[in-house]
Design a protein around this ligand. Structure first.
Ligand code: SAJ
Length: 442
């Protein structure tokens, strides 16, 4: 006798309330591992399902490769048996809740690559059972949950909202953010049906401070894309303002700092060498791709993408102009890059514009080295580039020291005082007294 929605909801809700629900998190990256930690902290048993044997071994030994999760946080949860890691998708068959936290990159043709989502859904489909809650957290275009996931799970013959529950709940991780983490950042949930929304809210409400329900999975998917498109477009705007100020012979950093004194109606963004990370440069293109299929051209997204992606070339042009003041060319110049991570105080180099700047400098004949306290080595196409120590000798021998990532551990006054010339692409030297060293700014 099939149970009514009310009965099946009560079974899963009871398990959640009693903390006996078993959770599987698919993907233990910068989203999945912090999520798994919060689930375990709430007293539920959680298994991280991974495709990386290295990652499973690392987590199983209580060690984290995610900047925001320390071994001291992870190890006790693994030791207590609350948090485990596995390579075997069969762990899903005992799960009551499955959160999918896999990458959503772009393909070479800048189209959404949902292959990681589909692979995760295939594993879920094989082990789907009554009363299971499945949540997609990976950032994706509106309609993914409804059009790609729901049909695959209903192919089992089970009905969404009756036999199992399906929702979308976007991750809002800001790597390196000491104030806002997985637990205290408000969480959006959107279910395929009201029962799905209710179940997703009950799940996240167990271990997150605030849950905000929206009307559908598409709405939840769109909320996330608005958040990241907002950043990409505003960063593109301020990068264009930097190009304008260069032509107007104005200090863009002074302009932004003064505009930011407006207590309402303005939010400062800052120019830089380009857009890094695996979200902001990528997610808006998921939205523009979807809209193209609906015969709409998302001009702001494309224009911001164009401006942001050309910033590395602009940085190289500015370096060339600065070297020119010393009657030097990029060709043959010794250039020391400070910072290859895509933003300050983290070790992630994915989509880092620093790598684009290095490549462009090398193509133009510069001898480039880099220093970064968080990144020991980077793969540059087919070679591995290792960090050099940030020594006075390295600073003095460089024709130009280029600040691409403004890590807080750098002593910017010493860098300016010791270098022959500094190209500051992050306004990192704003507190260095005037006259200390020769500093050019974006
Ligand atoms: N950047 C600028 N100028 C700015 C702000 C950022 O050039 O004014 C650059 C950064 O240097 C970086 C890139 O843009 O290369 C992305 O920066 P980000 O601060 O957006 O950092 P992400 O991508 O690590 O994390 C973002 C989250 N960040 C913030 O909200 C501050 C958030 O947008 C998402 O939760 C997250 O991406 C995600 O996973 O979607």
């Amino acid at each position: 006798m099939p149970m009514t929605t009310q009965q099946s909801v009560s079974i899963l809700e009871t398990k959640l309330r009693e903390r006996t629900a078993k959770v599987v998190v698919v993907g233990l990256g910068y989203v999945g591992l912090p999520l798994a930690v919060e689930v375990a902290h709430a007293g539920l048993h959680v298994t991280g399902l991974e495709i990386s044997e290295r990652k499973v071994q690392l987590v199983s030994s209580g060690r984290s490769d995610i900047d925001d999760i320390s071994d001291a946080t992870l190890a006790p949860l693994v030791k207590s048996g609350k948090l485990a890691a596995s390579l075997d998708p069969a762990v899903i068959k005992d799960a009551d809740c499955v959160a999918i936290c896999v990458p959503t990159p772009l393909s070479k043709t800048k189209d959404p690559d949902v292959s990681f989502i589909l692979s995760a859904v295939d594993s879920v489909e094989k082990h789907l059972h009554r009363d299971m809650l499945v949540v997609l957290e990976s950032t994706t275009y509106p309609g993914t949950t409804e059009e790609l996931i729901r049909p695959r799970l209903e192919a089992s013959g089970m009905k969404v909202g009756v036999d199992f529950y399906l929702a979308f709940s976007p991750e809002r991780v800001d790597p390196g953010n000491a104030k806002w983490g997985t637990k205290n950042t408000p969480r959006i949930v959107g279910g395929t049906t009201p029962a799905c929304s209710r179940m997703a809210a009950a799940f996240y409400g167990l271990f997150l401070d605030k849950v905000v329900a929206v009307s559908s999975t598409q709405a939840a998917e769109m909320v996330k894309l608005l958040e990241n498109t907002f950043r990409s477009v505003n960063i593109g705007l301020v990068n264009e303002v930097a190009l304008m100020c260069d032509r107007l012979n104005l200090d863009v950093w002074e302009i932004i700092e003064a505009a930011a004194t407006k207590p309402f109606g303005f939010m400062p963004f800052y120019p830089g060498p380009g857009l890094g990370g695996h979200c902001i440069p990528i997610d808006p293109h998921y939205l523009s791709w979807k809209l193209k299929s609906l015969n709409y051209y998302a001009r702001f997204i494309e224009l911001a993408g164009d401006i942001n992606s050309h910033m590395p070339e602009y940085v190289v042009d500015r370096i060339a102009r600065a070297l020119n003041e010393d009657s030097k060319s990029i060709k043959g110049a010794d250039i020391l890059v400070l910072g290859v991570a895509y933003k300050r105080d983290i070790s992630d180099v994915r989509e880092s514009p620093s790598l684009d700047v290095i490549r462009l400098l090398q193509v133009r004949g510069a001898k480039v080295s880099y220093a970064d306290p968080h990144v020991a080595a980077v793969r540059m196409d087919d070679t591995i580039m290792e960090a050099v120590p940030l020594s006075d000798a390295a600073l003095k021998s460089a024709d130009s020291v280029v600040i691409l990532t403004d890590h807080t551990t750098y002593d910017y006054q010493h860098i300016c005082a010791t270098s022959r010339m500094v190209m500051d692409c992050r306004n990192a030297t704003k507190n260095v007294p005037k006259g200390v060293g020769r500093v050019w700014k974006l």
